[in-house]
Design a binder for this molecule. Structure first.
Ligand code: ADP
Ligand code: ADP
Length: 232
């Protein structure tokens, strides 16, 4: 579902150049949960931001659902990005909008009509267990609830892929477990492909099918989690 081919990313140039990714190739199969783990500064965040071209790779290709995103025009890329939801460590909700308003946002931008948005928002809030908080504002929610809203918003346009950028790193262990359980449930129920980055091995153990290890911009291992933990 996601194929990264020979991705490199260099920030800056000359003597200031930082080689954040070096020839990274990775296949994320449809319906799987793949985790990329590595130390701070290893290149995880650059890697995941290259998948929806929030960051443009210096060289290499990003293929999502058989489409080479690096070859698309700006308009085509806007369309293609609807296939790719993303959630973040700090949730990135709009504080001026309610829970329902945040979830509705990508659908408003995609030009859906009001009635269809209302029905879809209801369905999404029920999926993440927040039907009762539709009219609350982000400031009234716990961290776990905020991440549930962000998940509902990311899923609103029915993406095929969900990118998770340290999605549980700001949460306590118990909330982390409930968010990971929700992601696993969504993966099973919707067949959604999930690529996540984390610095926590426990996250990988809990929900990932496959793990890739990144160090100094290179992918140094990639395999099934079950195999990995029986040989590590
Ligand atoms: P991680 O997510 O694993 O902590 P990052 O992808 O954030 O790693 O960073 C990889 C390397 O790229 C680090 O050396 C970091 O300092 C550098 N880097 C990241 N973003 C930028 C940027 N916008 N400009 C310059 N260097 C950057
Ligand atoms: P805001 O004022 O924060 O922009 P609203 O509360 O007006 O947001 O709602 C934004 C969107 O969410 C609207 O399109 C509306 O149809 C939908 N919406 C609002 N409340 C609900 C609800 N309880 N269940 C489902 N959808 C809702």
């Amino acid at each position: 579902m996601i194929q990264l081919k020979g991705l490199s990313k260099v920030y800056g140039d000359g003597s200031d150049a930082v080689y954040a990714l070096r020839e990274v190739s990775l296949d994320v199969p449809q319906g799987k949960i793949v985790g990329v783990i590595g130390a701070s500064g290893a290149g995880k965040s650059t890697l995941i931001r290259c998948v929806n071209l929030l960051e443009r790779p210096t060289t290499g290709q990003v293929i999502v659902d058989s489409q080479d995103l690096t070859a698309l025009s700006a308009n085509e890329l806007t369309q293609a990005r609807r296939q790719i939801g993303m959630i973040f460590q700090h949730f990135n909700l709009l504080s001026s909008r309610t829970v329902a308003g945040n979830v509705a946002l990508p659908l408003e931008l995609a030009g859906w009509d009001k009635a269809r948005i209302g029905a879809r928002v209801k369905e999404l809030l029920s999926l993440v267990g927040l039907e009762q908080r539709a009219h609350a504002y982000p400031a009234e929610l716990s961290g776990g609830q905020k991440q549930r809203v962000a998940i509902a918003r990311a899923l609103a346009p029915s993406p095929k892929v969900l990118l998770c950028d340290e999605a549980t790193s700001a949460l306590d262990p118990q909330t982390t477990h409930s968010i990971l359980a929700l992601l696993k449930e969504i993966n099973a129920k919707l067949g959604l492909t999930i690529l996540l980055i984390t610095h926590e091995m426990d996250v990988v153990k809990r929900i990932c099918d496959e793990v890739a290890i990144i160090s100094d911009g290179r992918l140094i291992e990639h395999g099934e989690v079950a195999w990995f933990f029986s040989h590590a």
